[in-house]
Write a protein that binds this ligand. Structure first.
Ligand code: SAM
Length: 231
């Protein structure tokens, strides 16, 4: 894992000093995954590539330095926690609806001395009632289809900030299907950016929705409504 991370981070032009912290996180993930369902990816090389390097690639696609970032539906911490470990200037909030996963992330942050990372157990649509228009960036991977996800994430982003959705390269239809939602929620889709996870031939896509105006107060709706009638 160490060599893969070293080569991958170097290929991305990112610093390698935090590899010991990433390894400690990976060890805690592997250990906890024996007793609770955190990730289906267990091979250390795959964890390095598909969790850490996929997450780290985001640092080359947007300027996160000194910014507030919320990871919506972070699960075992991806992509948010690797971003914060590699760039300590990021002010990170990790949000998930599953209490056990947030409990795990608190343990990791305590063990790594990341005292400023907020680990929040909440549903995004409820958290947004208190923290709307609060973050420079929302990021999210593998949580919901874009028309639903946009309603969970865009309300949290400040005007001038962006919501970054990590998707597959086959996400054209999803982006088209979300066009009305994005506009209604005060967003504007930018040209998607495709990237390759270093050390692999895997191509992923970052969909960038910039917040150009405030989200109307009535959004986000309750999850049942979002799901039943996506915008
Ligand atoms: N982002 C991580 C990753 O890529 O490895 C985890 C993905 S996991 C498939 C989806 C996560 O989203 C779950 O942990 C789930 O609890 C969370 N989630 C789904 N809907 C949510 C919501 N409305 N608010 C907060 N978390 C949510």
């Amino acid at each position: 894992m160490e060599q893969l991370l070293h080569d991958g981070l170097t290929a991305l032009g990112l610093p390698t000093e935090q590899i010991p912290a990433l390894r400690a996180y990976a060890a805690m993930l592997a250990e906890k995954n024996k007793v609770m369902n955190l990730t289906a990816i267990t091979d250390p090389a795959e964890v390095a590539r598909l969790h850490f390097l996929d997450s780290a690639a985001l640092l080359t696609l947007a300027d996160f330095h000194g910014k507030s970032v919320i990871d919506v539906g972070t699960g075992a911490g991806f992509p948010g926690l690797p971003l914060r470990i590699i760039d300590p200037s990021i002010r990170l909030t990790l949000l998930d609806a599953q209490k056990k996963r947030i409990g795990f992330l608190r343990e990791v942050c305590d063990a790594l001395g990341l005292t400023d990372v907020a680990c929040v157990h909440a549903r995004a649509e409820e958290f947004a009632a208190e923290y709307r228009e609060s973050f420079d960036f929302a990021v999210s991977r593998a949580v919901a289809a874009l028309p639903v996800l946009a309603e969970l994430c865009l309300p949290l982003v400040k005007a001038g900030g962006s919501f970054l959705a990590m998707k597959s390269v086959d996400s054209d239809e999803e982006l088209n299907a979300a066009a009305k939602a994005v506009q209604t929620l005060g967003g504007q889709a930018q040209t998607p950016i495709d990237y390759t996870i270093p050390g692999t031939e895997i191509r992923h896509r970052l969909l960038i929705l910039t917040k150009i105006s405030k989200t109307p107060e009535k959004f986000p709706r309750m999850f049942a409504k979002i799901k039943k009638n996506p915008l």
